[in-house]
Design a protein around this ligand. Structure first.
Ligand code: CMP
Length: 139
């Protein structure tokens, strides 16, 4: 199986709830290596650019406000089949649909405030990682 990369954010409500360490434990216990990581806060403009693919969706305004509402943790992760395995670990977007043992089942508040982001493809993982990290911040 190929080793490749995905990108994640621990979102504002999960950071505010003090769940950052527990979520990072789950990520690392599941065999992901941290390639890059930062504790930061998105401006509204940055959140809008990051989620521009959802610009036409009815929840876009709410999503941008929420993602800019407090600090987040952004990280690039490496592992076998990283994008799909990470999506399996975080669970469905809607926490009421997320499987037992997933990060969203345990930590998400709602479909909007769903604790973590995970890239949906190798291509988007590269784009999203490059949004936050220069080449020399990746190890
Ligand atoms: P994420 O995986 O980061 O990708 C897009 C985000 O949009 C998603 O997680 C949710 O935070 C948010 N989102 C998706 N669907 C809805 C919805 N129906 N209502 C509100 N927010 C949503």
């Amino acid at each position: 199986m190929a080793t490749n990369r995905t990108f994640t954010m621990i979102k504002p409500e999960a950071v505010a709830a003090g769940s950052m360490g527990k979520i990072l434990d789950m990520i690392m216990d599941n065999g992901f290596r941290v390639v890059a990581m930062k504790y930061t806060r998105l401006s509204r403009q940055e959140a809008g650019t990051f989620y521009a693919v959802h610009k036409e969706r009815p929840f876009y305004g709410e999503l941008v406000e929420y993602m800019a509402s407090g600090p987040i943790v952004a990280a690039i992760l490496e592992g076998d089949n990283a994008v799909q395995r990470f999506r399996d670990l975080i669970g469905a977007t809607d926490p009421t649909q997320a499987a037992e043992g997933t990060i969203r089942k345990r930590f998400a508040e709602s479909k909007a405030k769903n604790a973590v982001h995970g890239s949906d493809s190798d291509e988007n993982a590269a784009i999203e990682g490059a949004f936050f990290f220069s080449g020399r911040e990746q190890f």
